[in-house]
Design a protein around this ligand. Sequence first.
Ligand code: AMP
Length: 518
Amino acid sequence: MSTVRSLASLLERSAREFPENIAVTVPGGRSVTYSELCELSDRVRDRLVHMGVRRGDRVGLRLHKSIEAVATIFGALKAGAAYVPVDAESPAARAAYILNDCDVKVVVTERELESELVQALGDTRPMLVLDATASRPMEELLEQLQRSEPAAPVESIATGADDIAYILYTSGSTGNPKGVVLSHGNALSFIDWCSETFAPRADDRFSSHAPFHFDLSILDIYVSLKHGATLVLIGEALGKEPLKLAAAIAAERISVWYSTPSILSLLANYGKLAKHDFAALRMVFFAGEVFPIPQYRALQAIWTRPRYFNLYGPTETNVCTWYEVTSDAPLDRMSTFPIGKICPPNLGRVVNEQGEIVSIGEPGELLVAGPNVMRGYWNLPDHNERAFFKDEAGALWYRTGDIVCEEPEVGYRYVGRRDRMVKRRGYRVELGEIEAALLRHPDVREGAVVAIPNPEEGVRILAFVACQDGTTLTRIALKAYSAQALPPYMIPDIFAVVPALPRTSTDKIDYQRLKSGG
Ligand code: AMP
C-alpha cells in the first residue's frame, strides 16, 4: 500500500522525482513536464481558493480533453475540493443539472461553451472561462486575472482518505443522472492495486482515451502520473476516427492502452492497423462492456505482442475484478471473456434474491465490499439504501446489479444485467432516463424505450412514442429533440410514433411486444 493518501500528492511526488519527464502531451500539440504541470495546478489552486473554494467544496469542469482540464483537476484537488467533470459534448441542460445538483462552487469552462451553460445554470456562479484557441489557455487566463485581481499563493490542503476526490455522474433510471461519490481512499485503493498488478514504468506512455467524466479515466490519469509516465490525451474527435487513431497510437508510441471494447473493435475493423508499427504497445486493458471473442481475435491477430486484460467494475467500485487473457486461454470454449477474480483487498460474493450465497457455478448477483466501494450517491438517500446489502456481521456490500457465475479456475463469468441498464459504446445507459426525457416533451403522452442486441453495436435502442391528442410528432422532430435533451450515446437509433403503447393484461407497458417490433 502506498503511504500517499491524496491524489494530488501523487503528482507532487512525481514532480520531485521526475521534474523533467513529460507528464501530459497532446498528439500534434503541446506537452508539459511534471514540474510545469505541478506548478500550473498550484496556480489554479490559488485562483480557486481566491474565488472561495474550500475543503469539501465541489469544482465543476466542462472542458474538452486538454492539458488545462488536467491542471484544473489537480488545482481543485490541491484546494481540498472534489472535481465534477461533465461532458462537453452533452447538452448544456444536462451539464447544468449535474453542476446544480452537487452545488459546485466554481465552474471551469471554455468560451465557446460558456453562454449556453450560463443560460442553463440560471445563476451567476463564479466561472473560470478559458479561451481554448489561445496557445497556452490556462496560463494566459491566470496571468490576466493575476494582473486585475491577484490571488495570493496558498498551501495545498492535506486531504485525507475520506475526503471526496471526485463525483462521476452516471445515467439514472428515474430520469436524472446520479452522482457517484468517490473518496481519495477509494481511488488510491484502485491505483495501488494497478501499481502492484501491472508494474507501470516511468518510460510508459499511457493513452487517455476515455473522457474525464467516465471512470476509465481514473486509471489513465493517476496510474500514469503516479509512476512518472506520460499521459497521451486523445481528444473526442480523434478518439472516434479509427484511421487517425491507429496512426496516433503508433506515432505516440503508446505502451499502455485502455478503452472500451467498442473502440478496440473499431480499430481492428477499420483502423488498418497492419500499416503501422506498434512495437511500444505492451499492455492493452479493456473495460465497460462485453468484448465478443471474434472481435478480440481480430485485434489480437494484428497486435500480437501486448498482454491483454479484461477489467470489470461499475463506476461505484471502479475496476473490482480482472482477468488476463493469456495466450493459452481456451477461447474456443468461451463466448465472452470471464471478468475474473476480485481485486484485493476487496471482497466479492454471489447471492440469490434472498441475499444468500449461491453455490459455485450458480448464477447470482455480484456483491462487492472493500476500499474501492463508493461512499454513496450524492444526495440520494433512497438510492443509497437500495444500493447496499448488509450482511450477517453488519458489513455493507455494494449490489452491482450484474449477474455472474463463479467458476473454479477463471473466477467470475459475466452473465448479464438484473435491470434496465444497457451499455452502448461502453457508456452506461438507463433506458428509464431516455423515457423520462421523452416524456418531458409537451406533445408526448406516453413513451417506452427498449434495447435490442445487435452484433455490430452491442445494442440498438428503439423508442416508441404516442402523442398527446391533437398533436403529431415526426421521427425527425423526435431525433432533434433527443439531441437537445440527451448525450449523443443515449439518442435512440429508431423512433416509432404509435397511436398507443401495447399493454399487458395487468395494464403494464408490454416491453416484450415492443422488443419484437411493437
Ligand atoms: P460503468 O458504471 O459505466 O462503468 O458501467 C458499469 C457496468 O458496465 C457494469 O455494471 C457491467 O454491467 C458493465 N461492465 C463493466 N465492465 C465490464 C466487463 N469487463 N465486461 C462486461 N461488462 C462490463
